[in-house]
Design a binder for this molecule. Structure first.
Ligand code: MET
Length: 351
């Protein structure tokens, strides 16, 4: 079986050609899936044991100047009820998260013009000064290199910026022409050179995606060498041009998680909220396919529903304390445990 041989080759070389990735993607069946997910979970356990890392997600604003065609908080969605958390509200989320055992906070938001680097830096400094054992991750989109440098100097440890797709023509079908594929790629390069732990990633099953574009995503991840990679199924939002497109496949998402784990056994890979939106046991399945991170929501209840990136997003009505309890139980049920530590990447030596 050629797929099995390719999986073994990927394990050995940490690399396949574009054609080989494409072959794997086009020849997925149950036997191949069983083989790859078992191998992925063994490699995950060898690198991270039974620990699953927690990240508390604080959705700081849904105001956005961008107009990504797939996104519910895109600029031109006039039905989106806009909000921006105050500095105090963000710090309160961090306090609550710390009490609950979170040691990483992810500040994510739309590309809100008000977020001058200095403003972000100030909040990062406050969190890092107050809590010596936490990591701060930013996921605030594209800035210039000197601005990222300021955020890093203020103490931000990590930056998440999904590359979205490694195929420029595909990128241009998902974004209006004001947005530049080359600039996004440059941002990722800058972030890595500055010294952030960097996360990239993409949606599985986005409109116009093909096995050829997915193979490019895998090759890009292999060559770029991020510390983290977030992938989740595309889910349409009713106020976007993609409202009638169908959601991405859970099986393909799980398969790609397993491919990533085998390609890079020490990479941080989240089991995303979008997976659990499509399947009640999605997060558990993600972990069993090789993921080792979960990102429960820490945003204030009153704004949660407004950060609606796609339809049906789960957990938007739950208190932070409820979320961590629910997720802990789910993780324990499959034989894993929540690790209340920063949970840094074990591939830091690669930089
Ligand atoms: N605006 C940021 C980005 O494009 C954060 C995620 S989008 C809700 O990366």
């Amino acid at each position: 079986n050629k797929s099995i041989e390719l999986i073994d080759k990927l394990e050995k070389n940490r690399s396949l050609s574009l054609e080989e990735y494409r072959y794997l993607l086009e020849n997925l069946n149950e036997e191949v899936f069983d083989y790859i997910s078992k191998k992925a979970r063994i490699l995950g356990d060898e690198n991270y044991g039974k620990d699953i890392y927690l990240r508390g997600l604080i959705e700081i604003s849904n105001i956005c100047k961008n107009d990504c065609y797939y996104c519910g908080i895109r600029h031109s969605n006039s039905n989106c009820d806009r909000y921006r958390l105050s500095e105090d509200e963000i710090l309160e989320c961090a306090d609550e998260g710390y009490r609950l055992g979170y040691r990483t906070f992810v500040m994510q938001g739309g590309e809100d013009g008000k977020f001058e680097p200095e403003y972000i830096c100030d909040i990062v400094r406050k969190i890092k000064n107050k809590y010596k054992d936490v990591a701060v991750t930013l996921s605030l989109g594209e800035y210039e290199r000197d601005e990222y440098q300021k955020m890093f100097d203020a103490g931000a440890d990590r930056y998440l910026l999904r590359h979205e797709t490694a195929d420029k023509a595909h990128y241009e079908k998902l974004h209006p022409k004001q947005m530049s594929f080359d600039h996004r790629m440059k941002c990722l390069q800058d972030l890595k050179e500055i010294g952030f732990q960097v996360g990239c990633g993409f949606m599985v099953g986005s409109p116009y995606q093909s096995s050829a574009t997915l193979a490019k995503d895998l090759k890009f991840i292999e060559e770029f060498g991020p510390h983290m990679c977030g992938i989740g199924p595309f889910i349409p939002h009713h106020d976007t041009a993609f409202r009638d497109e169908k959601s991405g496949s859970i099986q393909m998402t799980l398969f790609l998680i397993a491919v990533l784990r085998i390609m890079r056994p020490d990479m941080l890979i989240p089991a995303t909220t979008s997976l659990s939106t499509l399947d009640n046991l999605g997060r558990e399945k993600g972990i069993l396919a090789g993921a080792n991170v979960v990102m429960p929501n820490l945003s204030p209840l009153k704004t949660r529903k407004k950060y609606e990136l796609y339809d049906g997003k789960v957990c938007t009505g739950d208190e932070a304390a409820h979320c961590i309890g629910c997720i802990t139980k789910r993780i324990n049920n499959i034989g894993y445990k929540v690790a209340k530590v920063r949970g840094d990447s074990k591939c830091l030596s690669m930089m």
